[in-house]
Design a protein around this ligand. Sequence first.
Ligand SMILES: CC(C)(COP(=O)(O)OP(=O)(O)OC[C@H]1O[C@@H](n2cnc3c(N)ncnc32)[C@H](O)[C@@H]1OP(=O)(O)O)[C@@H](O)C(=O)NCCC(=O)NCCS
Length: 144
Amino acid sequence: MTESPFSIRDGREADLAYLNAYAAAEGMDALPSATGVRVAVNDEDVPVGFLRLQKGENGVFHVNPVVSCATWRGWGVGRALVEEALARVGELYLVARGASVPFYRALGFKEVPWDAIAPTIAADCDGCEMRGECAPLPMGKKVL
Ligand SMILES: CC(C)(COP(=O)(O)OP(=O)(O)OC[C@H]1O[C@@H](n2cnc3c(N)ncnc32)[C@H](O)[C@@H]1OP(=O)(O)O)[C@@H](O)C(=O)NCCC(=O)NCCS
């Protein structure tokens, strides 16, 4: 069996420089802290992707966001981070950028109504000047 080229651990404050560079490259806001963050690291413990879980005021967990380092895309980092989070919390919601909808569909996520998304997270898209271009889609998945 081939060994995975990455492993997943809790995020640390010391990871934030990497993680925020990956977020900035996608036009995303910097992470406020390492709370709720899981990090995929290479064999030298360098972050190659991350997922931040955020519990909404509606009591359910949201992916906000998941990002793989551009040079590591297509290696299963995003899938591993999302599947691990789903196994931990049982049910996950998110607002997918249009470009990432095929990724979430590949993982079995389905479109859900906007009111399934915590209002503060849904509000991130309100008034965003990129909304038309981004075509955000609310999605979710429950563990069977
Ligand atoms: C979306 C993202 C996290 C995917 O990460 P990744 O590490 O490349 O994903 P994986 O290699 O784990 O791919 C998982 C599956 O999704 C599929 N997939 C990923 N991107 C895809 C795309 N653009 N179109 C179609 N399928 C795609 C893969 O083929 C793979 O399918 P398989 O497991 O059935 O073979 C990554 O492209 C990224 O960081 N994008 C920028 C940030 C972003 O938009 N994040 C999502 C919004 S929160």
